[in-house]
Design a protein around this ligand. Structure first.
Ligand SMILES: [Zn+2]
Length: 190
């Protein structure tokens, strides 16, 4: 950030009085511009024994497959956001099921929340940010062409759970090079 979104004056990175972290502070109107992690919301969309994946028409990971997900908007719930992203990316109508996974990704300042969801009909097609949408059985999942570690990790848990006949809730932290469950988190050198 270089300029104040309130008055247009230059900002300076400094620790405000009483704070403990550096913030962008406007030198003219003294507004403190806090920056916080962003929420990514999405879902695993089920149709019988298959799930809906979207092939990305945008960077990052152009051409790779992902579950419908995107940045949450102001004024919506996490469920609203997951439904909206599924509609935008796959033109698919869904019913939201229980929350399935939460991932912290501190090095890019994001938190992922993924719900399970039920596809309501087969009238889906790619949205503007999607090259292709398709239903995949487990045997057809393009594991080597999945866009993100969050997706790979979530789907791995998903199929393990499905074999066990019970969907749990999974949370973890994705470090730059590894994924660790929150309960056994180690530092990158550990
Ligand atoms: Zn200002």
């Amino acid at each position: 950030m270089k300029f104040c979104s309130n008055c247009g004056h230059a900002v300076t990175l400094k620790i405000p009085p009483g704070d403990s972290l550096p913030r962008y502070v406007c030198d003219a109107c003294h507004t403190i511009h806090y920056q916080n992690p962003r929420m990514v919301v999405g879902c695993i969309v089920e149709w019988e024994d298959r799930i809906l994946l979207c092939r990305r028409a945008i960077e990052p990971r152009y051409g790779c497959w992902t579950v419908p997900a995107g940045f949450m908007e102001n004024g919506e719930t996490t469920q609203d956001g997951a439904m909206r992203e599924t509609l935008e990316e796959a033109n698919a109508r869904i019913e939201i099921l229980p929350l399935y996974a939460l991932y912290n990704i501190p090095h890019i300042n994001q938190v992922y929340l993924l719900y399970r969801a039920r596809l309501l009909d087969l009238d889906f097609r790619p949205g503007a940010e999607t090259l292709e949408t398709s239903l995949f059985a487990e045997s057809g999942i393009p594991w080597n062409e999945l866009a993100f570690a969050t997706v790979r990790n979530t789907l791995t848990h998903y199929y393990q759970d499905r074999r066990l006949g019970h969907y749990g809730f999974h949370s973890g932290t994705i470090e730059r090079l590894r994924i660790s469950p929150d309960t056994t988190r180690r530092n990158p050198d550990g």
